[in-house]
Design a protein around this ligand. Structure first.
Ligand code: DP6
Length: 306
């Protein structure tokens, strides 16, 4: 059967950095994220006894994708080969991580193509084995991941937030986040980060519940800086920021003083996510000007078949 699924990337407000179990991708701490409407992967999976081998669209990580297809084949007890066609709504060259949307779309499409009827929980845990953050791209809207799977805290239309993704760098990162997770214990600040997480989760859940944007923004910036502090003090150090990243971080703080409610967060890369409420989108974009390529995201549904 041939099936197509789409899945959004997601931005973490409380980050996943470090794993209790590397092979099973069990995170060291819970994380909270929002699905991104304009960073979408579309994947078609077809299984057939006529195929002699697996094929994957060029330019994608074939080995990691086939390893994931093997997990799904095992569940369905089949050896049928697959043809996997995948593409991203955002140019792969802009340095936006696509493993979350990619493994979420692959999981949903491949499971359906093999006739597996899996619960949302099971789909999320299965996607996690492909890439940790992919488990957060399965449920709707605002999502929490703890332990084996992620679930929706609020649907995508709960709060009209924006993630204005500012592209400041397009080259692939030298050290993948998968490798980065493995060295997290070498940072003397990792244990301190873990000790802070329960409080931050409580704060962000409260801010989300009350739609208290300044309280929400404060926690997401704090957690982003904290994760990068750990990254930068790992061995080898992971320094993802460049001059433009730092410039935008400074600018955001200045804008807040000038009365524009906007906060930043940054994943394992140099690109900056500007988080604001929908009502302030125009103001933020106009103030940013036309110097950078941007991708405007709203909160989105999770992975689904089309
Ligand atoms: C910095 O999900 O890419 O974006 O499980 O090895 O695939 P793997 O790692 P990945 O790590 C994402 C790390 C992050 C923070 C986050 O998204 O929570």
């Amino acid at each position: 059967m041939k099936v197509t699924a789409i899945a959004p990337a997601n931005i973490a407000f409380i980050k996943y950095w470090g794993r209790k179990d590397a092979k099973l991708r069990i995170p060291s701490n819970p994380s909270i994220s929002m699905n991104l409407s304009a960073c979408i992967t579309k994947t078609t999976v077809e299984f057939s006894n006529d195929f002699k081998q697996d094929t994957v669209t060029k330019g994608f990580d074939e080995k990691r994708i086939i390893a994931h297809i093997d997990r799904i084949r095992d569940l369905a007890k089949t050896k049928m080969r697959a043809k996997i066609t995948t593409n991203n709504s955002f140019p792969t060259s802009v340095g936006v991580a696509s493993s979350a949307s990619g493994f979420a779309a692959l999981t949903v499409a491949a499971a359906a193509a093999l006739g597996l009827k899996l619960s949302p929980k099971k789909l999320s845990s299965l996607a996690r084995l492909g890439s940790g953050s992919a488990c957060r791209s399965i449920p709707d809207g605002f999502v929490k991941w703890e332990g084996e799977y992620a679930y929706s805290l609020y649907p995508h239309d709960y709060w009209d937030l924006r993630d204005i993704l500012v592209i400041v760098e397009s080259k692939q990162k030298e050290i993948s986040s998968s490798k980065g997770h493995e060295a997290v214990e070498t940072s003397p600040f990792f244990a301190k980060r873990l000790a802070m997480i329960p409080k931050r989760i409580k704060w962000i859940e409260k801010a989300l519940g009350e739609k208290n944007f300044p309280a929400f923004g404060k926690v997401i910036e704090e957690d982003c800086l904290d994760m990068h502090h750990v990254m930068q003090t790992q061995d080898p150090p992971l320094i993802y920021w460049n001059d433009k990243t730092r410039e935008i971080m400074d600018t955001v703080r200045r804008w807040r003083k000038e009365g524009i409610p906007v906060y930043f967060t940054i994943d394992a890369g140099a690109n900056v996510h500007l988080i604001c409420e929908g009502k302030d989108e125009r103001k933020v974009i106009e103030t940013l000007g036309s110097r950078y390529q941007i991708i405007i995201n709203k909160p989105a549904r999770g992975a689904h078949l089309i």
